[in-house]
Design a protein around this ligand. Structure first.
Ligand SMILES: [Mg+2]
Length: 159
């Protein structure tokens, strides 16, 4: 079994927003941990916030996270003013599909962005969305065992 994201990029900052716009994309749904912020960090860096603000000029921005820790969830919500849904159970699509329905997002104009092929990319693909796989936003400081696990999971990714 191979997973083929539409784009395979180093980080969110490498997303070509003009290209997505030209392809008719109107909404970007992001995974949270390791995609928009370091795992379990609970806040966005100023660079990421600035970038998201720029994205929001042209796109709907939302977060679909599998995280289910109440303390962490409230910490994240306190520093997000865009829609966030937690306990999404990706790659299951039910929660994400409801979230999209709630904001009238259509799969053909939505792009799903995340760092995990087996959860984020699978979920996006099963929803019928465009998909972007990114490396961890904190790849440079991840432990060797985490890098190894990522490498293993990425052996399923077809480029
Ligand atoms: Mg993640």
């Amino acid at each position: 079994m191979f997973i083929k994201p539409d784009y395979n990029l180093k980080s969110i900052y490498d997303i070509n927003l003009e290209e997505l716009k030209n392809k008719g994309i109107k909404a970007l749904l992001f995974d949270l941990d390791s995609t928009l912020m370091g795992s379990k960090r609970g806040y966005y860096t100023q660079d990421t916030l600035n970038w998201l603000e720029n994205v929001r000029k042209d796109f709907f921005v939302g977060v679909v996270s599998n995280n289910n820790n109440p303390e962490y969830m409230s910490k994240v919500l306190a520093c997000s003013d865009f829609p966030v849904v937690f306990e999404a159970h990706k790659p299951d699509i039910k929660v994400a599909a409801n979230f999209m329905k709630q904001y009238s997002l259509k799969p053909e104009t939505t792009c799903f962005v995340g760092d995990r092929p087996l959860t984020d990319v699978m979920c996006g693909k099963n929803l019928g969305c465009m998909t972007v796989l990114v490396d961890s936003i904190t790849a440079d400081i991840e432990k060797p065992i985490v890098r190894f696990a990522r490498k293993l999971e990425r052996s399923l990714v077809k480029f």
